[in-house]
Design a protein around this ligand. Structure first.
Ligand code: MN
Length: 129
């Protein structure tokens, strides 16, 4: 079974349910937040190994939440992955995602999600070692 604590920040209940089911089934511990202040609090209180951050959220968007997590010394080292239907591979958007280690495309494919989450967690563990 896979190990790791993952904070999912997502306002769409269907996407949240799908990601939760897939990741829990794989063995991960999953924590939820649906908006900015809840996400900041959950990150500070739960020390997740990875944050899956929906970019398009009502109020504070995911990139702003990511920026705030990086500014706070207690959460600055948490790895953040943007989750979005936008194409973030272009140069123009590179600056936007500087606080994230990468992104997962929407709509969510369970196989892609599992593969990318495992890869991002492994990369984080290698950096710590
Ligand atoms: Mn959204």
């Amino acid at each position: 079974m896979a190990e790791g604590r993952i904070l999912i920040v997502e306002d769409d209940p269907k996407a949240l349910q799908l990601m939760t089911d897939v990741l829990q089934h794989a063995g991960y511990t999953v924590i939820h937040a649906t908006e900015g202040s809840e996400a900041l609090e959950a990150a500070r209180g739960n020390h997740p190994d990875l944050v899956l951050m929906d970019v398009q959220l009502p109020g504070m968007d995911g990139l702003e939440i990511a920026r705030r997590l990086k500014e706070d010394p207690t959460t600055a080292k948490i790895r953040i992955v943007a989750v979005t239907s936008m194409d973030l591979s272009g140069e123009q958007t590179e600056a936007m995602v500087k606080d994230c280690v990468g992104y997962i495309p929407k709509p969510i494919s369970p196989r892609t999600l599992i593969g990318l989450v495992a890869a991002f967690l492994a990369a984080g563990r290698r950096r710590k070692a």
